[in-house]
Each structure stands twice: as structure tokens, then as C-alpha cells.
Design a protein around this ligand. Structure first.
Ligand SMILES: [Fe+2]
Ligand SMILES: [Fe+2]
Length: 151
């Protein structure tokens, strides 16, 4: 199913997020980010977290989810699960600064990857199904993170 145009920017962010997740996992497939040392990975994650993940989560939590909540019980449960995962991702990033880098980067990568896949494959289609044209109301409100900060 084609993404509704008002949430396409979130899917653009997801593409970058998947690249990040895959690049920091332990058995990582070489991606075009080309991060080779653990130190490079840590630096990249902390920077992407502050400049991309936090604003992206905000777009979801402040703009999209409030519109989607309270319309369908199954969708409400999904959103609560997703919010819980945002929390787990925040915690995984703070653990990276505490050491045990390879293991913590791996856990962060796995969490972020499965989170993004869940949003793309399950949550967003459900939001589109339940909200339909109501999503038009978000026109122009969500801008892809990299577009909005000029990276
Ligand atoms: Fe999310
Ligand atoms: Fe997302």
C-alpha cells in the first residue's frame, strides 16, 4: 500500500534509521555509511540520536499519535507498544555512553531496526486504515528530519 502523503517524511527518516541500525550491529552488513571502528559508530549514533532520532520521535509523539489515539482499541495498544519502544531506544542510547560498547551498540541497532520495521509494516498501515483521509489534516506538519535541519 502506498504511504499517505502526509506521513511519507517519516518513512524517509525510517530509511536513514535502518541504515544507521544496520551499520552499528555486531554482524553488520557493510552499508554506505562505512563506519569501521567502534568509536566511529558511537560518535555516529550519538549524533544521529540528537539530530535525527529525537526530532523524529517528537514528530510521531506530538503530531501523529495524538491524532491516531482513541479511535480503535487495537491501534491504541499498538501505539502504546511503540511508545514503550521509544523509551527502550532512549535507554539503549544512554547505555552506550556507559561502556561495553560493542554489545550496547548491537542492542541499540537491533532495537531500532525492529522498531522501524514494526512501524512501517504494522503501525503505519493500521493508521492509514483507521484514519484514512483524516490524515490530510497533517498536511505540511511533518517534515523529514534531514530536510528540516538541512543536513
Ligand atoms: Fe517510532
Ligand atoms: Fe518512526
Amino acid at each position: 500500500m502506498k504511504r499517505h502523503k502526509t506521513i511519507v517524511p517519516l518513512s524517509h527518516d525510517h530509511y536513514d534509521g535502518l541504515l544507521l541500525a544496520q551499520s552499528v550491529k555486531k554482524n553488520f552488513i557493510k552499508t554506505k555509511l562505512g563506519l569501521s571502528s567502534i568509536e566511529d559508530k558511537v560518535k555516529f549514533v550519538i549524533n544521529a540520536y540528537n539530530t535525527e532520532l529525537i526530532p523524529h520521535f517528537n514528530h510521531e509523539e506530538v503530531i501523529l499519535f495524538p491524532l491516531a489515539l482513541g479511535k480503535d482499541e487495537e491501534l491504541d495498544d499498538m501505539i502504546n507498544e511503540i511508545l514503550d519502544e521509544h523509551d527502550k531506544i532512549h535507554k539503549a542510547v544512554s547505555r552506550i555512553s556507559e561502556g561495553n560498547l560493542e554489545q550496547n551498540l548491537d542492542e541499540f541497532g537491533l532495537l531500532l531496526e525492529s522498531h522501524i520495521r514494526k512501524e512501517e509494516r504494522i503501525l503505519f498501515p493500521k493508521i492509514e486504515e483507521i484514519l484514512g483521509d483524516e490524515l490530510d489534516i497533517l498536511d505540511g506538519q511533518i517534515i523529514a528530519v534531514k530536510d528540516s535541519c538541512g543536513i
